[in-house]
Design a protein around this ligand. Structure first.
Ligand code: NAP
Length: 218
């Protein structure tokens, strides 16, 4: 499968690229900085330069030609301001979804965030805007004619993966290794599981494939 990953140089994206390439797939890492191309290649992916904050739907749809699935793993980053949360974390994800519809690429996995729907609508705190951006992006993706899955991880760590998780419509606050999130995305893509499902996930006691097979219905 040819999988386009938005935020290709991100930590989850690089781990996912390696896992996809090792499993015989063709990951394509979308980057906005051409200097990151060598890192993308080193992770086993093909680099594709595209800035999701400054691209048209036609440009993104053209980049999606021949893809079997997309993954939104981009993020404006911890030090970004509220405007970029809305421009990338929300509008960038919606742009990718709309371009996927236009290009006929039905499968889409979104890396969202635990607790996204609990944002404080009256707050201008950047973290609350981030949660709002994720929540509104997820709501838009759920409305699209796509085979979407929305993954809402707890706090991300760079620890070693355990391949053991707790999933649910909502779960207690907790953390999860980025490599485990990547393994979840790989499993969702390869097994074509979790279509039309949105779930929170943290590190836990259940093997990933078993947890995904028992995903809650909305
Ligand atoms: P990350 O390492 O922060 O990577 C994000 C990537 O997005 C970067 O490579 C960045 O590239 C790229 N990006 C930024 N603006 C872009 C644009 N306009 N067009 C294309 N790409 C752009 O991400 P991560 O830590 O793997 O996290 C992945 C996702 O999980 C994010 O959506 C994050 O919000 C979400 N999440 C995070 C946590 C947490 O605890 N941190 C918890 C739950 C969910 P540049 O190098 O060009 O900036």
């Amino acid at each position: 499968m040819r999988i386009l990953i938005a935020g290709g140089h991100g930590k989850i994206a690089l781990l996912l690229s390696r896992q996809l390439a090792d499993a015989g797939h063709e990951p394509v890492g979308i980057i906005r900085n051409p200097a990151q191309a060598a890192d993308i290649r080193a992770a086993g992916a093909v680099p594709l330069v595209l800035d999701l904050e400054h691209s048209t739907i036609d440009q993104v749809a053209a980049a999606l030609a021949g893809a079997d699935a997309t993954v939104f793993a981009a993020g404006a980053g911890a030090n970004s301001n509220a405007d970029r949360k809305l421009m990338l974390d929300r509008d960038g994800a919606i742009l990718l979804a709309d371009a996927s519809v236009r290009a006929g690429v039905r499968r889409m996995i979104v890396v969202s965030s635990m607790g996204a729907d609990g944002f404080d609508a009256d707050s201008d705190d950047v973290f609350q805007i981030y949660l709002r951006a994720k929540s509104e992006a997820d709501a838009a993706v759920r409305q699209r004619e796509l085979d979407w899955t929305i993954v809402r991880p707890g706090a991300l760590t760079d620890e070693e993966p355990t391949a053991l998780v707790t999933v649910g419509k909502t779960v207690d606050r907790g953390s999860i290794a980025r490599a485990d999130v990547a393994a979840i995305i790989l499993a969702l893509l390869v097994d074509v599981s979790g279509v039309g499902r949105q779930f929170e996930v943290i590190s836990g006691q259940t093997p990933i494939t078993e947890a995904l097979a028992a995903l809650p219905l909305d």
